[in-house]
Write a protein that binds this ligand. Structure first.
Ligand SMILES: C[S@@+](CC[C@H](N)C(=O)[O-])C[C@H]1O[C@@H](n2cnc3c(N)ncnc32)[C@H](O)[C@@H]1O
Ligand code: SF4
Length: 454
């Protein structure tokens, strides 16, 4: 990639895991959320997705950008789980029982810091009273450093269809520098247990961590390929010490430079493509028979805060637990991040919403355009026009679409465009965020504290 283009475009821009990005959230009451929840029973896309956030981790990794806290006492964890059940009881009666569950996702922190029997009870609670679609996605993020073979076996019996395992890196010196332990039992053994029960597996990796080199990260990816996960994610390390001060500890080791990071990703990508994986979105690689790849080919890829999903899985998302974000067609609503406040609110029978965003019509249109671009690496104006039942010109007017800016992207080689489509060029894929930002009316008054594309 041309160095001057890296300089021009490697500037802070949102990741657009949602539109508008979460930094635009403002105060929102639980009453406003409740009104929207009732409304959501009538949306045309009315499947149900539940998200449960478990913030606790047995040991905190220095790089972590997620909402994680050190493991609490047994009493506190029990109080948290009790509150989760109570919060579920506050919401479920509002949902139309004829709707179906298409997705349940446990994220964190480390959901697997809870005993497996407790996780199973949460799943039982969510699943009682609703049918599911034919192949729902019931997934959990697993921290393998603390899971025994018997835990893994028990997990396979708790309704899950997919497990995401956080590996990050196999190199012991890298793991030590970031304060993380390797998997308790060999991943080969974990894969045997999961595949015997038909559970699909994702592996998470991060590049850009201290002590990683192009060669060392390549070795990590080669080892991962031998395990043959269905999906593999290579996250670019997001250094955002203003969100998580712990990340400053990593600066004493020195972080890989931008060029090295680009080379790490490129080498990993080459290895994965050679091994038959297909790239999906910014950082996912999947086996060719994976539903995400099919969705990408059909331009039907979507995403929510839980990650990429197919159209069948896409639903209204109702979140539980601290910091959980519900994503309904007309509104985002986020729970408090404060565990004390969360427990108090829920125990008083109040949904613990603190902030969020009600989207106006133009913003809902912009969300569809940006989502199509971010997921499918192209904007097909005709397809959008049919989907939104609007003219192409009205769609462009609803966004910050600017002919001059688009022409500049095209001159720099980032995109190819004609009347019908804007298509990202594969070699400039990391800059899809910049093209998305040019469509975003809210960008002009945005705070500059975003991570950089590379
Ligand atoms: C909630 S965590 C994973 C669950 C589990 N606690 C674990 O560590 O295995 C989700 C994923 O986010 C990624 N992640 C966390 N902090 C990150 C950062 N600062 N930059 C990029 N990716 C990050 C990691 O790959 C991690 O597996
Ligand atoms: S990466 Fe996972 S285990 Fe590490 S601190 Fe973050 S959430 Fe916890």
């Amino acid at each position: 990639m041309d160095k001057s283009l890296i300089q021009k475009y490697n500037v802070p821009v949102p990741r657009y895991t949602s539109y508008p990005p979460a930094n635009h959230f403002k105060a929102l009451s639980s009453q406003e959320y409740l009104d929207e929840v009732r409304q959501s029973n009538h949306y045309s896309r009315n499947n149900i997705s539940f998200y449960i956030h478990v913030p606790f981790c047995q040991q905190l990794c220095h790089y972590c950008g997620c909402n994680s806290v050190a493991m609490a006492s047994d009493e506190r964890v029990s109080a948290y789980v009790k509150a989760l059940h109570k919060e579920i009881d506050l919401l479920l009666p509002l949902l139309d029982k004829n709707r179906k569950i298409s997705q349940i996702h446990y994220g964190g922190g480390s959901p697997t810091s809870l005993p497996v029997s407790v996780i199973r009870e949460l799943n039982d609670h969510l699943l009682q009273g609703f049918d599911t679609i034919e192949q729902p996605e019931i997934a959990i993020e697993c921290q393998p450093a603390y899971l025994t073979a018997s835990d893994w076996n028990e997990l396979t019996d708790a309704h899950f269809t997919r497990m995401s395992i956080g590996v990050q890196d196999f190199a012991p010196d890298v793991l030590k520098a970031v304060n993380r332990k390797p998997s308790l039992i060999p991943l080969e053994e974990v894969f045997d247990i999961l595949s015997s029960k038909g559970i699909r597996v994702n592996l998470d990796f991060i590049y850009g961590l201290p002590l990683q080199t192009v060669d060392s990260f390549a070795q990590t990816i080669e080892r991962a390929i031998r395990l043959r996960p269905h999906r593999l994610v290579t996250f670019s390390y997001a250094h955002v010490p203003w969100v998580n001060k712990r990340q400053l500890i990593l600066e004493k080791y020195g972080l890989p430079k931008e060029d090295d990071k680009t080379a790490m990703f490129q080498k990993a990508k080459d290895l994965l493509l050679t091994a038959g994986y297909q790239p999906v979105g910014m950082d996912h690689f999947v086996l060719p028979d994976d539903s995400l790849y099919q969705a990408l080919k059909d331009h039907q890829l979507h995403r929510n805060f839980q990650g990429y999903c197919t159209r069948a899985i896409t639903a209204q998302v109702y979140a539980f637990g601290v910091s959980g974000i519900s994503q309904l067609d007309g509104m985002y609503a986020q729970n408090t991040k404060n565990i004390e406040e969360y427990l108090q609110n829920v125990n008083e029978g109040i949904l613990p919403i603190v902030k969020g965003y009600a989207l106006n019509k133009e913003e809902q249109v912009t969300r569809s355009v940006i989502e199509m671009l971010m997921c499918n690496y192209q904007i097909d104006w005709n397809e959008l026009s049919q989907l939104l039942n609007m003219t192409i010109s009205d769609i462009k007017k609803a966004t910050a679409y600017d002919e001059v800016k688009m022409a500049d992207f095209a001159r720099d080689g980032l995109i190819q465009m004609d009347e019908q489509r804007i298509v990202m060029q594969p070699e400039y894929a990391p800059f899809v965020r910049n093209v998305a930002a040019s469509l975003d009316r809210l960008m002009s008054n945005a705070a500059p504290n975003f991570s950089k594309p590379i």
